[in-house]
Design a protein around this ligand. Structure first.
Ligand code: DGL
Length: 278
């Protein structure tokens, strides 16, 4: 009989985004931490976050983090660059569980290979906050940053990548500036954007695409281990017991389809959350 370790902290990880973009973070967290259960929260009823004032995003993110903690989350990942830019420090001070963002991780991923000039594509909120620019200046002084807000990418991804022509047009439109400035890496600084990677690579051949998700998952792993919060690794991976549960302030059907398209999962447990509950 195979022995299955039962020690460890089985409580779930909370991961939030304004919509389906954070599923790119869920994918990496599942890869790096296959034993961890996940509660995912999509604030699709209030998407997009990009154009919203910082204070409003902060309020929304805090509401969601409180919701996830009340559901038992032992740690929360802001799987959204806009949320990280505007709310990470604020939320960290307010809750007792560790809260992890994606921006530091994005800069670590950028630093993993030599870079002289980096492009940044993100929402107008993330670009305008200067959060990436600040961390890059601190950690990689001398690296030039060319930032471009691409709010039009978000609805194309939310719609499940069905409008191929629209995607090509939008990507081409934004890629121009990076051809002129000759970047060697492009930070996909909105969690929706790695889903456009094939189009971005086609439009900018030779440019290294930087996705903060893997580094975010690695940081989460370090934090869980350091704080003794990890779920025990089991020798029987098939029965890790890790569960996924999804919440949305938008349409359950939409999130269900996005989970199928972006994570390849069918029959996920998706619940609607009324905004008045937050
Ligand atoms: N996925 C979010 C991010 O990483 C932004 C999408 C939105 O504008 O709501 O910034």
């Amino acid at each position: 009989m195979r022995s299955v370790a039962t020690r460890g902290d089985p409580r779930p990880i909370g991961i939030m985004d304004s919509g389906a973009g954070g599923l790119t973070v869920v994918k990496e967290v599942r890869r790096v931490l296959p034993n961890e259960s996940i509660l995912y929260f999509a604030d699709a009823g209030r998407l997009p976050y990009g154009p919203r004032p910082a204070e409003e995003v902060r309020t929304f993110v805090y509401q969601i983090v409180k919701f996830l903690v009340a559901k038992g989350a032992k740690a929360v990942v802001l799987g959204c660059n806009t949320a990280t830019a505007h709310a990470l420090d604020y939320v960290r001070e307010k809750v007792d569980v560790p809260v992890i963002g994606v921006i530091d991780a994005g800069v670590r991923a950028l630093a993993s290979s030599p870079v002289r000039a980096a492009g940044l594509i993100a929402t107008e909120g993330t670009v305008g906050s200067g959060a990436y620019q600040r961390v890059i200046k601190e950690r990689l002084p001398g690296v030039e940053v060319v930032a471009e807000a691409c709010p039009d990418f978000v609805p194309l991804v939310e719609a499940g990548l069905v409008d191929q022509e629209g995607i090509e047009r939008a990507v081409e439109n934004h890629a121009r500036i990076f051809r002129k400035t000759k970047i060697d890496a492009l930070i996909m600084g909105c969690t929706h954007f790695p889903l456009l990677r094939p189009w971005l690579e086609a439009a900018l051949p030779g440019v290294r695409m930087v996705d903060p998700a893997r580094e975010t998952a690695e940081e989460l792993k370090r934090v869980l281990e350091d704080m003794d919060l990890a779920n025990a690794s089991r020798d029987d991976a098939e029965s890790s017991g890790a569960e996924l549960e999804f919440y949305t302030t938008g349409s359950v059907g939409d999130l269900d389809r996005q989970i199928e398209v972006f994570l390849g999962l069918t029959g996920a447990r998706v619940h609607h959350v009324d905004l008045s509950m937050l």
